[in-house]
Design a protein around this ligand. Structure first.
Ligand code: CO
Length: 208
């Protein structure tokens, strides 16, 4: 684990390394065109969009919070969504959950103290919606399935916003994808997709 003061040294070494291979790297980045993807992911540092999808910097506009939630009263998330849809005109929105998510695990455990409990309540809502299926599973299988179901329900929440609905009604707007990432194997898997021509989301593949 790096000492906090060493991060400036590491930053300088990193910037120098990139400029060695491409002297215009940062200049080009500053002039880069609009991103095509809005990525909504978990705050967990092991599931970073550009790392796991091997995206060049600037390719995705990113919003992150605990357990990749899209909460209709969350001004932060909705502002990001509005900017991405109306100004950047992204072609895709990806809600990416991950296995081993601490927020999802918390929704299966005892209540927490403080504001985080109100946040985890939104994941408990997903748990309640899918109670029958989840109760047929145990332990890690239940937790993994709730990670998947949570990402899928957040795709629904994105599709239910007036921001996305208005864009779709105007004949534009992004496709919305639900994905899940395995911290333990480094792989991304598709879960579902919703686009403006479908009445409901389509399950792409049941990862089992
Ligand atoms: Co997480």
């Amino acid at each position: 684990m790096p000492q906090i003061e060493r991060l400036f040294e590491r930053n300088r070494a990193w910037a120098d390394r990139l400029k060695e291979t491409d002297p215009d790297y940062f200049r080009n980045l500053a002039e880069r065109r609009k991103p095509e993807i809005l990525w909504i992911g978990c705050a967990d540092g092991r599931a970073l969009a550009d790392r796991v999808a091997d995206l060049p910097p600037g390719e995705a506009f990113v919003h992150r919070n605990i357990a990749n939630m899209v909460v209709p009263s969350d001004l932060n998330c909705l502002s990001v969504l509005q900017y991405a849809v109306e100004v950047l005109a992204v072609r895709h929105i990806v809600v990416c959950g991950h296995y081993g998510c601490g927020g999802v695990r918390a929704a299966l455990a005892e209540p927490l103290r403080g504001p985080i409990d109100g946040w985890v309540d939104r994941i408990r809502l997903v748990r309640r919606l899918h109670r029958a299926e989840l109760e047929s599973l145990e332990g890690e299988a239940r937790e993994r399935r709730l990670c998947e179901l949570n990402a899928i329900e957040q795709v629904r929440n994105v599709a239910d916003t007036t921001i996305v609905r208005d864009a779709w009604a105007a004949g534009a707007g992004p496709d919305v994808h639900g994905w899940i990432y395995g911290i333990d194997d480094g792989l991304l898997r598709p879960l579902c997709v919703r686009n403006r021509d479908d009445d409901d989301l389509r399950i792409v593949r049941d990862p089992g």
